[in-house]
Write a protein that binds this ligand. Structure first.
Ligand SMILES: C[S@@+](CC[C@H](N)C(=O)[O-])C[C@H]1O[C@@H](n2cnc3c(N)ncnc32)[C@H](O)[C@@H]1O
Length: 352
């Protein structure tokens, strides 16, 4: 049985179906996975349709930072089909929006044509606000997997929200940050002294920087001598850096000038065994920096058991201790737990 089978998420008890559908729409939950909470089980009247549009395609965030046109079109098409199956009258705005979608470039804002990125908006638990990210709808684009948020990043966020004390006020380094969901969540809600988000791919680093700036519009730029740090911002409570940290070149990275982490976090970076030696020496290097006082929280999607086991075995051989955590149910961050086997590990080493 998967961890959240049959569990009614706590937030769903208080929130209206419209709010719950809106949340799922804003972060582009695949249409087939949207939980409608009874919303489309009966014929929606004119006002109810208008309210649904206001909470989704006409939501102020979407007006300003549009979701992919393709996703919005699929969402509207689904609603139109459901209403048609009930012989319900369609709201004018519903049809106008959908028709505009069929003639691209007119009513609806287009996705960023340069690299095919558009926005997703993640509503945070406990009224902590929203994270807006520019990301790709495709798992692989520009030759990298880093331009979209993966299931493991959402599971890591859920884990962080349930283990607040492990992260609050810490010095945090994220490896393979991608577009920044978990790093920005930590920066926004857990007041780390410093958080450095890192990656190695130039398009990923550009999107990551843009996303950090977007979510911290008032943070002040800080000068930094480290040539690998291309953005350093001060939000008042937290220093946030974006760093070009390629595991293959870690020893030359001047990491020690910037951060001595208490906590390392990473989501979905264990998938290619040719990267394991570089990843392992990166961990060795960082653990040495902190005299083995740091710990590493790693969220993985287990696609191939042998690949993950190979990495865990390398860690054990290098004298790391591995503790497997219970994966928190998908409550605030939506992922398809029936389709992905997420595993979360806390990795530490005896102090030297
Ligand atoms: C599957 S994505 C995960 C992104 C993000 N953590 C998430 O879960 O949404 C893997 C990330 O690892 C990064 N990566 C791969 N090889 C790397 C290396 N040698 N050094 C640093 N980052 C690397 C990729 O650029 C990509 O952003």
């Amino acid at each position: 049985m998967k961890p959240n089978d049959g569990v009614k998420p706590a937030d769903e008890i208080d929130e209206s179906p419209l709010k719950l559908v809106s949340k799922q729409f804003l972060c582009c939950t695949p249409i087939r996975l949207i939980r409608w909470h009874g919303l489309l089980e009966h014929e929606l009247n004119w006002d109810e349709q208008a309210a649904l549009l206001d909470a989704t395609v006409d939501h102020p965030l979407v007006q300003r930072y549009p979701l992919s046109a393709e996703y919005q079109g699929a969402f509207l098409k689904y609603i139109i089909a459901q209403l048609s199956s009930m012989n319900a009258e369609h709201h004018d705005r519903l049809m106008e929006k959908y028709c505009a979608m069929l003639s691209p470039g007119t009513e609806l804002p287009l996705d960023d044509p340069s690299i095919g990125l558009s926005y997703k908006h993640y509503e945070l638990p406990h009224g902590q606000g929203v994270i807006s990210l520019k990301e790709s709808g495709a798992f692989v684009s520009e030759g990298t997997t880093g331009l979209c948020s993966w299931q493991a990043a959402k599971a890591l966020c859920e884990h962080i929200s349930n283990n607040r004390d492990d992260f609050h006020g810490r010095n945090i380094l994220e490896l393979g940050s991608g577009v920044g969901l978990s790093g920005i969540y930590l920066a926004k809600c857990y007041e780390p002294s410093i958080i450095v988000m890192s990656d190695c791919h130039s398009s990923v680093l550009s999107a990551l920087k843009e996303n950090v700036r977007l979510n911290f519009p008032n943070a002040a730029p800080v000068e930094c001598d480290n040539p690998l740090v291309s953005l350093l911002l001060d939000s008042g409570n937290t220093l946030m850096g974006v760093m070009d940290l390629d595991w293959q070149y870690i020893s030359a990275s001047n990491l020690s000038q910037l951060i001595e982490p208490d906590v390392i976090v990473a989501a979905d970076i264990v998938y290619d065994h040719t990267l394991f030696p570089a990843l392992l020496s990166t961990l060795n290097y960082i653990f040495c920096l902190s005299h083995n006082r740091c710990k590493f929280v790693l969220a993985c999607t287990e696609r191939n058991q042998d690949t993950l086991n190979e990495f865990l075995q390398l860690l054990i051989t290098a004298k790391f201790r591995i503790n497997e955590e219970t994966v928190s149910p998908s409550r605030h961050f939506h992922w398809d737990s029936s389709a992905s086997n997420i595993r979360i590990f806390t990795i530490s080493r005896a102090f030297s």
